[in-house]
Design a protein around this ligand. Structure first.
Ligand SMILES: [Zn+2]
Length: 272
């Protein structure tokens, strides 16, 4: 089942069927429904790309209100294409939004309610995770380097170690990002995937025989989740290709550096 398209006025965002369970709220932004001017039009959710910070704050307010997340308490990843996973506590509230981030991490996990975890992408793959039993959430940014490092599996492993998560309980979403159709690469990308996944990478790589390849980053992240013990029926994978649909998404590959960023947010909500 593909992701659900949600609308509130001009705002459009996606939600994952696997995460449509009580206990957490989440959303994957599109570029629709914000207030930023070109080339950030309109729902840019990055402070780091040259957009007017007041507009970015307003955009976050619009998006978070729609999905039910606490804007002011957002904790943002500081993404470096690595595999570090940060255990986020209440002390981190607002970091990357209203306060400086004193860490580098492509993955974030927390068991604190009302503390939204935020990942930024524009072609890279966002992955959100929810353990409804131990009551913990996770989010990670999977570019091709992070994907080769298995950041999605590292995030599951940290939830197991820190919160006692049973991977069989985890609900996961592999969000909108560049799909196999548009992710053309040189040999370095498939080489990195083969080095970490062996023969299991082969069905997820098309070798065109001319030094060019197409790689299924979403499929590889799904594979990492399966390897970490997540059940296939608990993983939703978005069909949306960011590079294919510039009306709805920002794409680094298609737009270059003059663009906005998408955000993926997940937040535990308090027990009623
Ligand atoms: Zn595509």
């Amino acid at each position: 089942m593909d992701f659900t398209r949600n609308e509130a006025g001009a705002l459009v965002w996606l939600t994952a069927p696997s995460l449509a369970v009580p206990g957490a709220v989440h959303g994957f932004s599109t570029r629709l429904g914000g207030v930023s001017q070109p080339p950030f039009d309109t729902l840019n959710l990055s402070f780091g790309r040259g957009d007017d910070p007041a507009k970015v704050r307003e955009n976050f307010g619009i998006f978070c209100a729609a999905i039910g997340a606490e804007t002011e308490r957002m904790v943002c990843a500081r993404q470096v294409h690595g595999d570090a996973v940060r255990t986020v506590t209440a002390d981190d509230a607002g970091k990357g939004f209203s306060r400086v981030r004193d860490y580098e991490a492509d993955g974030l996990i927390t068991d604190v309610p009302d503390l939204p975890l935020v990942i930024f992408t524009a072609d890279c793959i966002p992955v959100l995770l929810f353990d409804p039993v131990r009551r913990a959430v996770g989010a990670c940014h999977c570019g091709w380097r992070g994907t080769a490092l298995g950041i999605a599996a590292r995030t599951v492993e940290r939830m197991v170690a820190v919160y006692g998560t049973d991977p069989a309980d985890l609900r996961c979403a592999v969000g909108p990002g560049i799909s196999r159709c548009c992710f053309e690469t040189d040999g370095d990308v498939p080489e990195a995937m083969r080095a970490s996944l062996g023969a299991e990478a082969e069905p997820l790589v098309d070798d065109h025989g001319n030094g060019k390849f197409h790689v299924d980053l979403k499929g590889i992240n799904r594979l990492w989740l399966l390897r970490a013990g997540v059940r296939p029926e608990n993983i939703s994978v978005s069909n949306a290709c960011t590079a294919h649909n510039l009306d709805a998404f920002f794409s680094h590959r298609r737009m270059g550096p003059a663009r906005g960023s998408l955000a993926s947010v997940i937040q535990l909500v308090p027990c009623k």
